[in-house]
Structures are given as C-alpha cells and as structure tokens.
Design a protein around this ligand. Structure first.
Ligand code: ADP
Length: 421
C-alpha cells in the first residue's frame, strides 16, 4: 500500500472540495472524506481531505473535531498535515482558525507553522500581511458584513494574533520572491525570535510554489486552498491526467437543484433551453403535506430513459422571499432540503448513476440521504467543482458532482456529464 502523503483537515464541505480539486490538478490522487472516517484509509490516494463543518461552531468543538481528524490521518501515515480554511480567513476573535492551529501544533509537537489564505487564481492575495479580495482590502469587501464571521480588519497578523497565545509574525513578499531558500532562512529567524506562526505574503501562483518548496519539512501547514499548488512537488508528484481518473460512467443521468443563487438560476434556464426534461418542486405544496417527492419520482420514471432530467426548487429571489415569508426561512430551507434529498435517493434507486446536485446545503442533505462517506476526486468541471465517484449505500458506484451556489458556467448541467469519462 502506498503511504498517504498529505493529510488535510478542512473546516467546511465545499472548502474541502476546493482543496481536493487543486491537489488533483497538481497531480495527487485525492479522496475526500465526509467527516472523520471510521474505516481504514483508502489504498490508492496520495492525499485525504477530511471535510468537517467546524468553521463557525464553538471553538472547543472545532478543536475536538480537528484533533480527531488529525488522529485518523496520522494513523493513516500522513507525512504532512494541511489545515485548510477559507480564502477570506473567515473567523472571529474566538476562532476557529487560531485555536485549531494551536491545538494541531501542540498535538504534532511542532513549534512553528505558516498561515496564508492567498489564492491568486481566485483573486485572493496577501501583501505585507494584508488580505486583498480582488482589488479591495478584505475589510472593504462584502466580508465586512458576513452574518457569522464579519471581517473588519485586513491585517492578518493582527487578526490571527487576537486568536492565539503564540506570537504571530510575517514572511513578507520581498522575502518570498527571493525563493525557497530565503523563505526558509526567514522562518528560522522568526523561530529564533520566538514567533510560532507566520502569515506569508503571496500575490501570484509562483509565490505559492516557492512557499510550497520552503515548507517541505514542516509537520503542519495552514492555508486556503491556494497552497495546494505548491506541495505535491515535495512528494515527487507532478501534474498528470492520471490523478483525475475515475471509473467509467454509466447509468441514467439526473440533476437535483436546491440552490437559488444567481448562477444556478441561469443554469436551470440554460438546461431548459436545451429541451431537457424539467420539473419544478413547489415549497408551498410540500408545506401543504403533499408527497412531492413521490410525485417527482413518478414523473422522473417516465422521462429518465430519454435523457437527463432536472428536478429543481431553484427560484428567483422575490419568489424565495415570498415562500420564506410564509413558511419561515429555516423551515422552508429544511423542508426543501429534505424533499430534494428524498428525490435524489429515489432517483438513484431508479437507476441514476450520474448525478449533479446544486447547492451547498442541498449537497450536504443529498450526500447524507445517499449514505456517501467518501468521494474520489476526478476531473474539474468548472473552477472549484470536480466530478467525483462515490459508493452510495445500497446502490454501489455513482458519479456525482456537488456544485455550491455561485459556481459553474451557465451550461454546467449539460457539460458536467461530458466531463465524466
Ligand atoms: P447555495 O449553495 O446556492 O447557497 P444551498 O443549497 O446551500 O444553496 O441553500 C439553498 C437553501 O434554500 C436550501 O436550504 C434550500 O432548501 C432552500 N431553498 C431552495 N429552494 C427554495 C425555494 N424555492 N424557496 C425557499 N427556499 C428554498
């Protein structure tokens, strides 16, 4: 059995997929586990990404879950641990980036690690310790008013220092451009100075590649998904289409969409324009106690043999607000998620073996209803969204793509199936 190279802990589900996707593009064979696995590690993966939901839970719980993931990854033989958080450094003075980082450092017995959310491909750059989102500072971006983790200070040294006991320092861009040797030297100097965690500047992919080489010996790295492009080289791994290879796709095709994001609304319209079979799920009918899932599956039974079917609750903002006003935001969300998950399960029972799910929360509900515990990560369909292969309880192998809200081009619901082998 090939040993696991990289063990990753991600603080949310779509963030885990984003990291897995970047690692695959850099040549690693990657399995994403949903929660801490209870079984043995996969035999043919270079990296495992354990997807937690720990970004905004109480810090002590985030620490406990992360340590559990660490324990499993170490038992699996991981040579280096990668703690992955959001590229907008989503956190509060209570955590969870700082407390989780320090707990992992303690458990690994290491006195130094780095932190960089930089992801230039996604327009996230760090310069002089300040995080930019596109052309504006983090504190002037939409993250300023995030409901759970409002980010009102762009100075990451200060932001992280408020969350940790260890001293936080900076590896500036002037050092990073001089290459891995200069970065390693600066790390040693910071270490000697009593710094435990260093924010690292990066404004281009080349910076992340240089940084990747410099952190080869560190037991722990912490970053957004960007650093993934700089690490596989340390394990002698180069980009290769082999990394994204999945078993051949077969079976019927369906799309289940519970996302109401602008991009998804466009994708539903674009799919309808191709003449594909579509069925709208009405939240108010669910609330009336109708068995909407059974109705949808009866409809699907008649259409599946002729091509891809799309079942959606996707609606424009005004319609969503109206439903939420009548049912309540949480109740409407839960009801729709529950129904769409039952429909996804029913579609697979009808023989669907190629499934696209749109919506972050919707994906979580569908994955749970399908009893999926691990995803083998395949080729990228659109930035941040790979095609995957999974074992669904009672159904065997299934190709699945999980698309969060605003991801994907308008033709995503047709092209997803063309990307699969
Ligand atoms: P996204 O990734 O776009 O945010 P999610 O699936 O995470 O998508 O969230 C969408 C939420 O909206 C889910 O809780 C879903 O059940 C709910 N929802 C879907 N369709 C409707 C609708 N027509 N009216 C009200 N709520 C809806």
């Amino acid at each position: 059995m090939a040993a696991l190279q990289l063990g990753c802990i991600a603080d949310d589900f779509t963030g885990a997929t984003d990291l897995a996707n970047n690692l695959v593009r850099s040549g690693m064979r990657v399995v994403q586990a949903i929660g801490v696995p209870d079984g043995p590690p996969p035999t043919d993966a270079d990296a495992v990404v354990v997807a937690l939901k720990s970004r905004t839970i109480p810090a002590a719980e985030a620490v406990a879950q992360s340590l559990q993931a660490l324990q499993w990854l170490r038992r699996a033989g991981a040579a280096q641990i990668y703690f992955k958080y959001c590229s907008t450094f989503d956190s509060t003075p209570a955590g969870n980036i700082g407390p989780v980082t320090e707990a992992l450092m303690d458990a690994l017995g290491t006195d130094f690690t780095i932190a960089t959310p930089a992801f230039p491909d996604n327009l996230r750059s760090v310069f002089k310790g300040h995080l930019f989102v596109g052309d504006v500072l983090l504190q002037d971006s939409g993250m300023r008013d995030h409901p759970l983790t409002p980010m009102r200070d762009s100075n990451l040294v200060r932001v992280l220092q408020a969350q940790v006991k260890r001293r936080v320092g900076l590896v500036g861009h002037d050092v990073v451009v001089r290459g891995p040797g200069a970065i390693a030297q600066r790390i040693e100097a910071l270490r000697a100075d009593g710094v435990g965690i260093a924010i690292v500047d990066a404004i281009a992919n080349d910076d992340l590649v240089r940084l990747g080489a410099a952190v080869k010996g560190l037991p722990l790295v912490t970053a957004g998904s960007g650093l993934a492009i700089g690490l596989p080289q340390n394990f002698g791994i180069a980009p290769s289409p082999q990394a994204a290879r999945l078993p051949a796709a077969r079976g019927l095709r369906a799309v289940v969409s519970g996302s109401c994001s602008a991009a998804t609304n466009q994708q539903v319209l674009a799919f309808a324009r191709t003449g594909g079979a579509t069925l709208a799920v009405d939240p108010l009918r669910i609330a009336q106690g109708r068995d909407v899932a059974t109705e949808a599956l009866q409809w699907a039974r008649d259409h599946l043999a002729r091509g891809t079917v799309l079942v959606y609750s996707t609606a424009e903002p005004a319609a969503v607000r109206q439903v939420q006003g009548q049912l309540g935001v949480d109740a409407a969300g839960a009801m729709v998620e529950h129904t769409l998950a039952a429909i996804a399960r029913g579609l697979v029972d009808l023989g669907v073996r190629q499934l696209v799910v749109a919506g972050g929360e919707t994906s979580g509900a569908c994955v749970q209803a399908l009893g999926i515990q691990q995803l083998q990560i395949g080729p990228q369909i659109d930035p941040g969204v790979p095609g995957c292969f999974a074992q669904a309880a009672g159904a065997g192998g299934l190709h699945i793509a999980l698309k969060s809200g605003n991801f994907g081009a308008p033709d995503f619901f047709t092209r997803a199936f063309e990307v699969l082998p």
